[in-house]
Ligand binder design. Structure first.
Ligand SMILES: Cc1cc2nc3c(=O)[nH]c(=O)nc-3n(C[C@H](O)[C@H](O)[C@H](O)COP(=O)(O)O)c2cc1C
Length: 210
């Protein structure tokens, strides 16, 4: 697959959370996923420790089992069964989009689960920052690389409420490895994405002092 002809600026400002425009009917070549993970390995990590791991999941039964965990978490979060918000007018665009993903998660052809060696439960915040800070840049780089390679994805964390159960399904050693982000990946329906609505810069930028 050829790479999209996107400037760095376009890539950085139009890599969206894609849910309703994921093509659930088209398989994603493993080689393409490997290329994107290879790019992600250029991300920074604390002391260049590179304790990251990426679990690629395409198996229908495993996806179904983890999607069920995700939906349980979604139900608690959204107060509705997955799919209940479809067609309703009231929910926000993000809520409806997230509801769609919850409903169809198991049908997204490939998932990439970004993990890091170590656990930070009850750790001092500096240690927690070091742990997550050593995997999240790579996970985002993966999403950028995926978009550049003509794919679409969405950062998700909802299944982590049941991280231990997911670890068991995937054979991940829960006691020594933390799951950080579950990223469903598919070809997008159309490749044109726009910058998202964001808070104004001056509301979040602090010059010299808070
Ligand atoms: C830490 C984190 C956790 C997220 N968890 C979920 C999730 O579990 N499910 C989901 O559908 N989206 C999830 N998202 C995606 C956000 O909803 C999304 O990034 C946000 O609405 C902005 O939209 P955009 O990425 O298209 O600009 C998560 C994003 C981040 C950074």
């Amino acid at each position: 697959m050829d790479m999209l002809n996107l400037s760095a600026l376009d890539l950085l400002t139009t890599t969206r959370s894609v849910r309703q425009r994921l093509d659930l009917t088209r398989a994603v070549p493993t080689e393409l996923i490997r290329q994107c993970i290879e790019i992600a390995l250029q991300a920074p990590s604390g002391s260049n420790s590179q304790r990251w791991h990426f679990v690629v999941i395409t198996d229908a039964a495993k996806k179904r089992a983890i999607a069920d965990l995700y939906r349980k978490s979604w139900r608690a979060y959204a107060g509705a069964e997955a799919g209940a918000l479809q067609g309703r007018d009231a929910p926000s665009t993000v809520a409806r989009s997230a509801d769609y993903l919850a409903l169809h998660l198991h049908d997204v052809p490939t998932w990439v689960l970004a993990c890091i060696e170590g656990r930070a439960e009850a750790a001092p915040s500096a240690q927690m920052a070091g742990l997550y800070g050593s995997i999240l840049p790579a996970a985002w780089s993966f999403m950028l690389a995926a978009r550049l390679h003509g794919l679409a994805s969405c950062w998700t964390t909802l299944h982590l409420k049941y991280e231990r159960e997911a670890a068991q399904i995937l054979g991940i050693p829960y006691d020594t490895v933390t799951q950080a982000a579950l990223i469903p990946v598919a070809y997008p329906i159309g490749t044109d994405f726009k910058p998202g609505a964001r808070k104004a810069l001056d509301g979040v930028l602090h010059q010299e002092t808070w």
